[in-house]
Design a binder for this molecule. Structure first.
Ligand code: FMN
Length: 214
């Protein structure tokens, strides 16, 4: 039986070159995300979100990207969840996409804020009914006595709100405003390509692109 320590793979699919990469990290991200979607990688929109609360212990979980533009990267969740509490204590977070089949990783860091009520309402209204009820039914990250709690909550809120549940006050969106992006492309012999884009001079400034050693 082979050891887990012997599992390794050579990355040879593609390269990430300064001359061929975009000068704006958002354009580079858009290009790679679209390539991940076109390549039909599983859940190309899934990203790991890392937060650090007041206890200074990092925690991670997977969330789905629901929007991106020059303002930042948006996802939706329960504000009272562990991640919500950690973001309330410390607004800095990191995101990571790992598109395994493309041998690519994108890392994004920055400050997080809540999206507006208007924006959250519009997204909430676009969700399927069971997801809208689910946002009411799940006291996310809290200890519950069993699965029955969720089923009972879902039935209760479905009966209460029928077809038109309002957005729960504890549920909405966050937007991470990137000040650091990193694009990783696996290469042969562990000599991977890594391009970092750092925001210079605050939000009105420009992006400094630098190569990092793998
Ligand atoms: C593919 C995938 C997508 C997910 N998307 C979300 C999401 O968009 N929002 C969310 O709150 N949880 C999402 N989850 C669940 C989270 O990973 C996590 O279990 C939950 O948010 C509670 O995390 P917390 O206790 O650290 O706050 C997703 C899980 C997976 C595997």
């Amino acid at each position: 039986m082979s050891s887990i320590a012997d599992l390794r793979k050579s990355y040879e699919r593609a390269e990430l070159d300064e001359s061929a990469s975009q000068s704006n990290p958002l354009s580079q991200f858009e290009q790679w995300l679209n390539e991940a979607i076109a390549a039909q990688v599983p859940e190309p929109n899934a990203m790991t979100l890392a937060t650090v609360g007041s206890d200074l212990r990092p925690s991670t979980r997977v969330v789905l990207i629901k929007g991106y533009d020059a303002q930042g990267i948006v996802w939706y969740t329960n504000f009272e969840s562990r991640k919500g509490q950690e973001l309330a204590a410390n607004p800095f977070a990191a995101l990571q996409f790992h598109w395994v089949e493309l041998e690519r990783v994108v890392r994004i860091e920055g400050r997080v804020e809540k999206v507006s009520d208007l924006e959250a309402d519009a997204y909430y209204a676009s969700r399927p009914l069971d997801s809208r009820i689910g946002a009411w039914a799940s006291p996310q990250s809290q200890v519950i006595s069993g699965r029955g709690v969720l089923v009972a909550n879902a039935a209760k809120y479905a009966a209460q709100f029928l077809l038109n549940p309002p957005r729960p006050p504890h549920w909405g969106g966050y937007r991470l405003r990137p000040d650091n992006w990193q694009f990783w492309q696996g290469r042969k012999s562990r000599l991977h390509d890594r391009l970092q884009y750092r925001l210079e001079g605050g939000s009105g400034g420009g992006w400094l692109r630098q190569r990092l050693a793998p």
